[in-house]
Design a protein around this ligand. Structure first.
Ligand code: HMG
Length: 420
């Protein structure tokens, strides 16, 4: 069993357009503070029909290979985690394989379980490598999604789109995963779902938040038990959760990360042998600690606030945001990650930030990816949302990105923007 396995490098892809969240609030007759302070949003990515889960995934994966000069011959597995695939049978991953002209000698498939699908792919890849079955080869895991609830719905300000591609290997320059510590919690619930044939998700919004928090408690407690047994954390003068340098959460909207962090602290405060808070009220109060949230969580949310929910990619967007800002300071430190997918499945896992993380993140250049976007009016956003999914506009793809050009005889044809 190999223990030094994890994420070597990452790259992101976002749609070319976004709407400002305050513009959206004003157009809906809502106090902008509800969306900014209440949900924690700033901007929301707007995908047009040419920017589907395939084109976003291919753009992110191509950027990963190009930026980090990855030799495709070392890749033995390509997994796409998505809940907004384009076909009931043919996976997004096979499109990506074809568009990137990757070798045939690899495993290629999609993983689906709402927002948890990307983590399912990451765990399959890292455990494949850790088991030795990869025989030295690496994996690419791409999380790609378009979060869509529809115009004038409560979920509207929590939409978004994008992709994060991860290179998983025995050289975890970004994050060495603590293989074997993961804690899982899954339940059969109807909190968020998308019936066959529908573009928009159906959601029981407030119930979905409660499901997320319940699943988090189960997954975190299971991870904590494993981490205590392996003496990675301990009950002592600080709580086990406080012993993680940062904690990243699945981010359907940024305020959810704050609620999640309060819940995680509550788990520790309730279970501590000598809890610093004796009554339920005192525990609730301590769990809400603004200082703890600022120290452990806030710095990871900058990309999520500017892109919105990206379902499978949201947790990994938080990882990209954190390492973009703090990789040098976090070198050698352990962080925790909580993945949640409605329906529902959750997993808490951890890893140690690598010494080369700052160098890797400088190459990934998040600022340049976001700087290439165009702000559109709410009217333009609504026009794009109303376009038929199968008739993409004839727009030229930007250099190094992919777009859906047409669907003919149920076959999708993609085009790549010529390198500048
Ligand atoms: P809502 O009911 O319109 O909003 O929808 P609200 O009334 O709950 O208000 C939201 C927050 O704004 C509240 O803060 C208000 O107090 C505050 P909280 O009490 O929760 O801390 N607020 C204000 N703050 C400042 N100034 C004001 C103001 N007014 C109100 N004037 C909801 C919110 C999230 C339910 C909705 O957007 C929704 O349904 N979103 C989609 C579902 C979702 O994101 N669920 C999250 C958990 S499930 C999950 O993460 C999985 C998922 O990613 C899918 C997957 O797994 O594939 C969704």
């Amino acid at each position: 069993m190999k223990r030094h396995v994890g994420i070597e490098a990452l790259a992101i892809a976002v749609p070319r357009r976004y709407v400002d969240i305050e513009d959206l609030a004003r157009a809906r007759g809502v106090d902008p503070a509800k969306y900014t302070a209440g949900l924690g949003a700033r901007e929301m990515a707007v995908a047009d029909p040419g920017e589907d889960s395939v084109s976003l995934a291919a753009t992110a994966a191509a950027r990963l290979l190009r930026t980090h000069q990855v030799d495709p011959a070392r890749i033995g597995m390509l997994v796409v985690g998505t809940e907004t695939g384009v076909d009931h049978s043919k996976p997004v991953a096979s499109h990506v394989q074809g568009l990137l002209k990757l070798p045939r000698t690899m495993r290629v498939y999609d993983t689906q379980h709402a927002c948890y699908g990307g983590t399912a792919g990451l765990m399959a890849a890292s455990e494949w490598i850790a088991s030795g079955a990869a025989a030295g080869r690496s994996a690419i895991v791409v999380c790609s999604d378009i979060a869509r609830y529809g115009l004038n719905t409560a979920g509207e300000p929590t939409q978004g789109a994008g992709a994060v591609a991860l290179l998983v290997s025995e050289q975890p320059d970004l994050l060495a995963l603590d293989v074997g510590l993961n804690g899982s919690c899954s339940m059969d619930v109807y909190d968020f779902w998308r019936p066959l044939g529908r573009r928009e998700a159906v959601v029981d919004g407030h119930y979905s938040i409660q499901c997320y928090l319940d699943a988090l408690s189960g997954a975190y407690r299971a991870w904590r038990q494993n981490a205590l047994t392996r003496e990675v954390v301990r009950w002592g003068s600080t709580l086990p959760g406080d012993q993680l340098a940062r904690i990243l959460y699945h981010v359907p909207f940024c305020k959810m990360a704050r609620k999640a962090h309060t819940q995680l602290r509550l788990c520790d405060l309730e279970d501590a042998p000598n809890s610093p808070a004796a009554t339920p009220e005192a525990r609730e109060e301590l769990a809400k600690s603004a200082a703890s949230y600022e120290a452990q969580v806030a710095s990871s949310l900058t990309l999520n606030a500017r892109i919105g929910n990206v379902y499978t990619a949201s947790l990994y967007l938080a990882l990209a945001g954190l390492l973009h800002k703090e990789s040098a300071a976090l070198s050698g430190q352990r962080i925790g990650l909580l993945s949640y997918g409605s329906g529902c499945a959750s997993e808490f896992f951890s890893g140690v930030v690598g010494e080369k993380a700052a160098w890797r993140m400088a190459q990934a250049d998040m600022e340049a990816v976001l700087a290439g976007r165009e702000r559109v009016s709410v009217q333009e956003y609504e026009r794009i949302m109303n376009l038929p999914y199968d008739a993409p506009e004839a727009l030229a793809p930007a250099a190094g990105t992919f777009r859906l050009a047409e669907i003919r005889d149920h076959k999708r044809r993609y085009v790549e923007g010529a390198a500048s």
